[in-house]
Design a binder for this molecule. Sequence first.
Ligand code: MG
Length: 161
Amino acid sequence: MSAPDPPRIGLGWDRHRLEPGRPCVLGGLEIDSPLGPAAHSDGDALLHALTDALLGAAGEPDLGSLFPDSDPAWKDAPSTRFLEEALRRLRARGLEPWSADLVVVCDRPRLAPHRDRLRRALAALLGLPVDRVNLKGKSTEGGPGGDRIEVTAVVLAGPAA
Ligand code: MG
C-alpha cells in the first residue's frame, strides 16, 4: 500500500485599483463602500487570490490562464465561479482544502466591520469550519498608488478524509 499524499501549500496574490461608483464585491458579498474595484470580472480580489492559492495547491494553471480577461465569457462574471472551478480541479486530484489564511491590504473601505462576515462566507465557499479560515486586514497609512485593494492568500490542502 502506498503512503498517502503529503499536504500541499498554495499561494495566491491579487490587486485591484478602487474607483468611485463601482460595486465592491469581496468574498462573494457586496460591501457597502463608495469605492469598488476596476476589473473585467466582478473584481473580487479576495476570491481571486484564494482561487490562485487553490490552483497552486492543485498544481493547476493560474486564474489568468484559465479565465483570460480577453474572453467576453468572463465579463462581469461572479468570481465564485472561478473559485468553484479551482475547488473542482483540486478535488479531481483527491485533495481537499484543509485551511486558508488571507491578508487584505486596503485603506477604504475598512475591512474590520466586515471581517467576521467575510470569514464565514469564505469558510462556507471552501466547505470548512470558520476556525480553519482566517482573514487579517492591514492599512497602508495612505501609501503611494491611490486607492487599491491587495490580497495575499495561502491554502493548505491534503488528501480528502
Ligand atoms: Mg483580480
